[in-house]
Design a protein around this ligand. Structure first.
Ligand SMILES: Nc1ncnc2c1ncn2[C@@H]1O[C@H](COP(=O)(O)OP(=O)(O)OP(=O)(O)O)[C@@H](O)[C@H]1O
Ligand SMILES: [Mg+2]
Length: 241
């Protein structure tokens, strides 16, 4: 039996607690994700996908319920402990890339290592190696406004990998990309999953992309309403362009 990396039990999340606008968004979610799994989360807009992902990624806390990450009960952990675990274990990829403007691809990738106090030479070597992995080494001195959407997303993926995370949480990573460019990003995720054994949780509006993963979780109105086995495509070549 595969090891559980994320274990969520009866997760509830409310916003505007104590006001007349108090609203429960997640209504008691149970989910286990195994080490090395590639899982997708689908559901209509407003169903609670990002809210749930923020809890899985320790960016936010549930209002109630239990959450264990790598066997650690994070419900009772202090904020600084959570950010330590987050920086060490989790790489994030977002629809809007979240790169620092007017800063080269190389420096963008180096930045999380600067915070982690990695020595300069090692920082540079690792950033270059990761940019090469995502096919962006030739453009590493370009700033985000000089890169296409797909190129920016590949830089963001390289950045998400710098601290050797055991998991990647990706919220609509292909949402702003055309289907060919989205394909390149998706192939990269397949490669990281297969070659590096990274656990991946992918939020997507594309049923087609979701079906390429091993398990598809469907959310509706803050509840998990279904789970299906994906086709898991073996088509994972990183196409050059
Ligand atoms: N900080 C907040 N305060 C109040 N309500 C919030 C907050 N964050 C999210 N919500 C509400 O929670 C619900 C779920 O939002 P969420 O962003 O998780 O949806 P989603 O499934 O990711 O949607 P999308 O596909 O559009 O990204 C929405 O009704 C949203 O308005
Ligand atoms: Mg969302």
């Amino acid at each position: 039996m595969a090891e559980t990396i994320m274990r969520a039990r009866n997760i509830r999340k409310s916003f505007n607690i104590g006001t007349e606008n108090e609203l429960e968004i997640l209504h008691g979610i149970d989910l286990d994700i195994h080490k090395g799994e590639f899982v997708s989360i689908v559901g209509t807009s407003g169903s609670g996908k990002s809210t749930f992902m923020n809890i899985l990624g320790l960016l936010d806390r549930p209002t109630s319920g239990d959450y264990e990450l790598n066997g650690i009960d994070v419900s009772s952990a202090a904020d600084n402990e959570l950010s330590h675990i987050r920086n060490k274990e989790i790489g994030f990829v977002f629809q809007t890339y979240n790169l620092i403007p007017r800063t080269s691809a190389l420096k963008n990738v180096e930045l999380p290592m600067l915070y982690a106090r990695v020595p300069e030479r090692e920082r540079r070597e690792r950033a270059e190696m990761l940019l090469e992995l995502v096919g962006m080494k030739e453009r590493m001195h370009h700033t985000p406004d000089e890169l296409s959407g797909g190129q920016k997303q590949r830089v963001a993926i390289a950045r998400s990998l710098v601290n050797h995370p055991s998991m990647i949480l990706a919220d609509e990573p292909t949402g702003a990309l055309d289907s060919n460019t989205g394909r390149i990003v998706m192939d990269l995720f397949h490669r990281l999953h297969e070659e590096n054994g990274i656990t991946i949780v992918l939020i997507t509006h594309s049923n087609e992309l979701a079906e390429e993963t091993e398990r598809v979780i469907t959310l509706r109105d803050g509840n998990i309403i279904g789970e299906t086995v994906g086709k898991f495509s073996k088509n994972h070549d990183l196409r050059k362009h």
